[in-house]
Design a protein around this ligand. Structure first.
Ligand code: ADP
Ligand code: UDP
Length: 245
């Protein structure tokens, strides 16, 4: 697979064309941002952790029958994925109160919910990713009613898969963000990444934060937290074993 021109550089990743028009290469950076890009920094080794952890989780999700963009891990930081048209919705699932939910509704962090919640933001940097409901998403033609129903179904199923997996390694999955895309054939697949940048992970015993909140909130030990969550998921041993041919 030949790497061609850079198509896009985002805050955390670069996207490159390949000689196959239906495939792109995603390259993970160590750059970190928070608060709508206002806070900037570097988390040494983050790109490697996020790439390999995201791939491991995408493979798990695919095994459980949900289609993803994942094709093949190319190196520590680079992965071949199906090129999709991103549905401009950030899909956020929550199991426990935290972050903007706790702030918006004036509740403490750490309160477990009886049922997981799902919310959508309009993925639009100029508008600062405003919260929106499914009627708004349909009105804005961001996706059809059927697509949104499917995305929501996939998101809750992914939550069950991830919750079980993380609990088995002593980690509580508090909340996370997903992005979906549409392939050339029109199939909705899970895209982007699942990593400590996009999830909240708390140690099941101590509630220690093992995710990007350490960077957002200047808690220290940021690199150690990324290394620790990677170790818990068995990253160093498992990450590319399926791709070795
Ligand atoms: P941002 O754009 O928010 O700064 P990133 O730095 O992570 O985010 O950039 C990666 C970009 O690639 C995101 O805009 C994401 O929606 C997009 N993307 C993720 N997966 C795919 C894919 N399979 N095909 C095309 N674009 C993708
Ligand atoms: N999240 C993300 N990208 C965003 C916004 C949120 O990956 O642009 C993730 C975040 O890491 C957390 C979950 O979505 O795991 C819920 O985030 P929240 O709405 O609480 O916002 P925050 O306070 O983290 O900005």
């Amino acid at each position: 697979m030949e790497k061609r021109e850079q198509l896009y550089e985002g805050k955390a990743k670069k996207v490159f064309a390949t000689d196959d028009e239906n495939l792109v290469i995603v390259s993970y950076k160590d750059d970190a941002t928070a608060f709508d890009g206002l806070k900037k920094g570097t988390i040494v080794g983050k790109g490697v952790v996020n790439n390999r952890m995201s791939n491991l989780l995408m493979r798990l999700i695919e095994q459980k029958g949900i289609p993803t963009h994942y094709v093949k891990e190319l190196s520590e930081r680079e992965t071949l994925v199906k090129k999709v048209k991103i549905v401009p919705l950030e899909v956020i699932i929550r199991n426990v109160s935290a972050g903007s939910f706790a702030k918006r509704y004036g509740v403490e962090e750490g309160i477990p919910f009886d049922e997981p919640t799902c919310e959508f933001s309009y993925k639009n940097d100029d508008l600062h990713d405003p919260l929106l409901n499914t009627y708004h998403a349909i009105a804005l033609k961001l996706a059809t009613k059927g697509e949104i129903a499917l995305i929501e179904k996939y998101a809750f199923r992914i939550n069950e898969i991830l919750k079980e997996f993380f609990l088995s390694v002593g980690v509580k999955l508090i909340d996370f963000k997903l992005e979906f895309g549409k392939t050339k054939e029109g199939t909705i697949v899970l895209a982007d990444e699942i990593s400590p940048d996009t999830c909240r992970f708390w140690d099941a015993e101590t509630n220690e934060k093992l995710d990007k909140d350490r960077f957002r909130r200047d808690l220290g030990g940021v690199e150690d937290a990324y290394r620790e969550i990677f170790r818990r998921v068995g990253g160093s041993a498992l990450a590319s074993e399926e791709d070795e041919d």
